[in-house]
Design a protein around this ligand. Structure first.
Ligand SMILES: Cc1cc2nc3c(=O)[nH]c(=O)nc-3n(C[C@H](O)[C@H](O)[C@H](O)COP(=O)(O)OP(=O)(O)OC[C@H]3O[C@@H](n4cnc5c(N)ncnc54)[C@H](O)[C@@H]3O)c2cc1C
Length: 448
């Protein structure tokens, strides 16, 4: 490295990335009296509620594409993706315990209680969601209200900005855990990009990072890499773990939208209801994108999308289905954070099946077939690029002793659903593991 090292900081635990995984470990460990430093590449954005404000909090202002040209949304802000996520809560699948011996029941219960996570009450299920739910039920589908990380007492039923940063403080974000960690003495270094893990004799001793005033070393006994599915692999690769980043799951999705003349023109909370067709690997929700995002999606959807542009002007009449489908591990994150992620044939067939079903639901809800528009495929999840059982042990430790990963990259295999509950629960589980290992180490030292 040509640049001069400017400073050295010291902590018990240093964390790269302040998304849900990193923020949860920071909160849990600082509450136990540990000195925690968190490095976050992004800033602490506070302008919320608009498509433009969301783009400001995304890598490449939202214009991030795989080598194959597939559109992926990835957050770069304090709190990571939780600031712009939809607030959907899905419990971890049973196979996590059965196949990997990871039982998250206790931690999931904690998450549900603390937030609290619940379905939205009837008052917050808007007219579009109701029409879609009714049409889906008429087709025999078990379409129902979703569990949400949203507190109804603060949530405005005529607001649709969950994914643009919640101005009301109704949606739980990892910033709440970051703030709590800071109250317990943790330090959050913003606009500070972690480069690699510092090691001595195969053991992690800290992180090297570049902040606004230059390079620094943050020395600590325990290192947590939490840069997310795209951010974590380059840090590990620079630390000598060259297999990091082999495999990447993103769960592609798309909107199917159309104007419904009988729908009252009212803005509503998106994704209030939905269905998980587990065997098909498809999740469907009620949701329409906001005008600017919808315009961009139609723009990327080719000539058919361009012809549908006038629909953007009828936003309050539109109803829509957002689907996401389970994809495979085919993908790769590179050292320069570029990545490869094709849409595999299985994903295409699920997207097509989901689209046909969504078209039927929309028609049942009163949308004319000729008015239905399908957007380009895109993805908002980045998972499984540094998996448990592959590069990581069951406690998420890397082959570097004392260096752990904690974010969406640790998910051990194909996933196919929103991962937030699982990430926060896994991070709580890691914090419990760290507490016992740190306490055991201290006891051994005392006896010695
Ligand atoms: C639009 C959208 C909607 C979503 N909706 C839902 C939903 O409803 N429910 C759900 O469960 N999930 C949802 N997700 C997915 C969910 O937000 C992510 O899976 C989750 O945030 C991943 O958490 P993470 O811990 O992996 O970290 P991330 O959220 O990926 O955050 C990682 C952080 O690390 C920082 N970082 C990266 N590299 C470095 C580095 N080298 N040095 C320092 N910092 C670094 C990044 O800037 C970022 O802030 C959504 C995602 C998006 C984008």
């Amino acid at each position: 490295m040509a640049d001069k090292l400017l400073s050295t900081l010291q902590a018990d635990i240093v964390i790269a990335g302040s998304g849900p995984g990193g923020a949860t470990v920071a909160r849990e460990m600082s509450r136990k009296g540990k000195k925690v430093i968190i490095c976050e590449a992004g800033g602490y954005h506070k302008w919320f509620g608009y498509t433009a404000s969301t783009m400001n909090m995304l890598h490449g202002k939202g214009m991030t594409f795989s080598k194959e040209g597939n559109w992926i949304l990835s957050a770069r802000t304090a709190g990571g993706g939780s600031v712009i996520y939809g607030g959907l809560a899905f419990k971890p699948p049973a196979w996590l315990k059965e196949k990997y011996g990871i039982d998250l029941q206790e931690e999931v219960d904690e998450v549900y209680e603390e937030v609290p996570v619940r379905p939205l009450p009837d008052t917050h299920i808007g007219p579009g969601a109701r029409k879609i739910m009714q049409a889906a039920r008429d087709m025999g589908l078990d379409w129902k209200p979703n569990d949400r990380f949203i507190r109804p007492d603060k949530c405005k039923p005529d607001c649709s900005a969950c994914m643009h940063g919640c101005k009301e403080g109704a949606k739980w974000t990892a910033r709440e855990y970051l703030e709590e960690a800071i109250q317990h003495g943790a330090q959050l270094l913003l606009r500070t990009q972690v480069d690699h893990v510092l090691t001595e004799s195969g053991r992690a001793v800290g992180l090297r990072a570049k902040g606004p005033s230059g390079w620094m070393d943050i020395l600590a006994d325990t290192v947590i890499v939490s840069g997310g599915g795209l951010g974590t692999p380059p840090i590990l690769q620079r630390s000598g773990l060259h297999d990091a980043g082999q495999g990447l799951v993103v769960d592609f999705g798309r909107f199917v939208v159309g104007p419904c003349q009988s729908r009252p023109p009212q803005v509503e909370v998106p994704a209030a209801t939905g269905i998980h067709l587990e065997e098909d690997g498809i999740i469907m929700l009620d949701a329409t994108p906001k005008p600017l995002l919808y315009g961009a999606m139609l723009g990327f959807s080719g000539p058919k999308g361009w012809l549908a542009m006038p629909q953007v002007m009828q936003m309050k009449k539109n109803i829509g289905v957002l689907m996401m489908v389970k994809d495979d591990l085919e993908g790769r994150v590179n050292l320069d954070r570029s990545f490869s992620k094709p849409i595999d044939p299985g994903s295409w067939s699920k997207l097509n099946k989901g689209t046909v079903l969504a078209e039927e639901i929309l028609q049942g809800a009163g949308v004319r077939r000729k008015d239905i528009v399908t957007t380009t495929a895109f993805a908002a999840h980045q998972l499984s690029s540094v998996r448990i059982g592959d590069l990581l042990d069951k406690n998420c430790q890397t082959p570097i002793n004392g260096c752990y990963c904690m974010d969406a990259s640790v998910i051990p295999q194909e996933w196919g659903m929103p991962p937030m509950v699982t990430i926060v629960a896994l991070a709580k589980r890691l914090a419990k593991h760290l507490s016992t290992t740190v306490e055991t180490k201290a006891a051994v030292q005392e006896v010695a």
